[in-house]
Write a protein that binds this ligand. Sequence first.
Ligand code: DGJ
Length: 548
Amino acid sequence: MCSLKTFFSFMAMAFLCFQMLSANAQSRNDLPHLDKDDNGKYTFYVDGEPFVILGAQLWNSSAWPDVFSNVWPQMKELNCNTLEVPIYWQNIEPEPGKFNFKELDELVTQARSEGFRLVLLWFGSYKNGRMQYAPEWVLNNPEEYPRMKNEAGADVYVLSAVSEKNRQADQRAFVETMRHLKQIDGDDHTVIMMQVENEPGSMWTDRDYSEAANELFNGPVPSKLTQSLNKSGGTWEEVFGVEAAEAFNAYYIARYIDQIAEAGHREYGLPMYTNVWIRENAFQRPGEYPSGGPTSNMLGVWKASAPNIELLALDIYHRNYTMVNELFDTYARDDNPLFVPEMGNGPDFARYQFYALGNYDAIGVAPYGIDPFHVDPHDKRDKENLDQKFTYIAANYRLLKGAMALLTELQGTGKLKAVGQEHGLGEQLVQFDNYEVLFNYGFPTYKTNNDLSGRAMIGQLGPDEFLLMGFDAKFTFRPHYGSGYGSAEYVIVEEGTFENGEWVRRRIWNGDALYHSTLPSDGVILKIKLRRTETASTAEGKANFDKK
Ligand code: DGJ
């Protein structure tokens, strides 16, 4: 009898545990989250569906109801799905321990009713390697909330990352914010991700030279860090040589931010990331860009020291496509999915969006400064309409929006490629199973194409089937040399769109449309079925004919 009772209470306990475990698993899966599959492919899920952030970021001083209430028409014109919006420590905690969420509540309510998701940018201790978003009571009290010192011993305008007091103050406000977000948005997931701090690091000094920091700098590098980096122990200078100051700052800033993120996660487990002001700027040295941020040379230090920051994201304002692609390659790591939360606007960045999503499996992209309400007296932009500079990105998003399910399925499989027109790059050849595809730019020849608008994304759907989307590029398919096939015939080429994930054919391309086989300036999505033939004719013959 007794053992039966024990058996039943054991079963009851086991059932309870199972229920608790599955409730936990359930709540994590319900939340927006990043997932990595067995092949190392990352997918960002929102409400259980793969999601690509086709985003836009507000100007820094636009996260106020009077301003953002006017931005929704531009957002719709841009065809994007997510708005990235700063939230300011100085406004959220105007007095120590007194919190204000009025503006945040209004933002979430408006975004939800307008049908947009939000990524919130926590402008706390660090903003572009400075501390200007700290509340008055922090800014006015450097004795209590110490700043970093430069080598000469003078205060710089950056909070010290070795100060527990600073970290705890920032953390308290961030935790309160996450708790509040869970209350107002835990069921709806209007907010899908958090950026913790903004372009952290220190301007004007390569590291903190305060007394507390110097003491740590002269001590040993924490063994957890050296072990993760596979380095032998020693002082910062012994372990990191010429990069010692920067690595020191990176470690303490990463730990500072990681603890804030960890505490925030405990309240509400949204994915969290930090963005970087890159170091690849002319002759810049640490301190001329924020020293200790997750720059390309500090990725290892950050990954080892900030496990609660799920990704290190890349801000791109560069117009050098070789460097941009190199940076995408550097940040799209096995332990770091690529996300570009800030980029410029205009045609260059429209191409870079295609490269990021098509060649580096990015989980999202976003141009900076979408709203025309920038506080700049010289800014004469039309306040009603989306600025012309964003036209190319709006066109990208129009094509990409419906194709999201297919895009995320193709990412990480090697079956998705992006190409783009660059200076001196008149044609590009890309390889797939069974076929190679040639893209030429500058067609039609009557178009004065000074803005390098040619760009395309192409995915292989089957042995002889492709999805092609893009602008201002001529395409030609050909079977691989030596495959036994001489040319590719078009079986059917459909132009269409995706509505609720379903392909809707608009028309069939044939005749002159296929003779020219050129993606028009306003963009198009094509589903292309081909047939490999032994003789040289049709597609390949035409390419040769065109060259004459
Ligand atoms: C990068 C920063 O992260 C943004 O907040 C903004 O200041 C941009 N630079 C543009 O100036």
